[in-house]
Design a protein around this ligand. Sequence first.
Ligand code: FE
Length: 170
Amino acid sequence: TGETAPLACENGSPSAGVTPEVTEGPYFTANSPERVSLYEEGMAGTKLVITGYVYTTDCKPVANALLDFWQADSNGVYDNTGYTLRGHQFTDANGRYELTTVVPGIYPGRTEHIHVKVQSPNGKLITSQLFFPGSTQNDSDGIFDQTLLLAIQESSGGLQGQFNFVVPVP
Ligand code: FE
């Protein structure tokens, strides 16, 4: 496709480090619905579309990798009784995913972040978080990891984010 070169494996790089694992936190809910859009009509916040690929450490795209996302709403509140802003999907045959959502708000002690679990078929489950460049709270958040920063661009109607995951070879 016309996608840009994968950041984690660009320039013919033969290998890449596994996406860092960070804490799951207290708000994961199992059995999220399968869907590529967490956005719902009328939802508050800045619309955000994140695209990217899942690669193995030897830079091969992973088809059918699981990606399970969950996040706070634009006010920093999680839905802990239902599945608002929670959903899982699988990468396509090229290892690509696309998530439509909103920019999460901050809550006490944390900078903006989106939680994610990623797993190649029969591979190790990686629990991580994605972060936003330029957030003033990043420096004071002990969980923040700059290797987990989204690449963000403004687009019509919101923001476009890009992030590639790297998982161990199963
Ligand atoms: Fe969180």
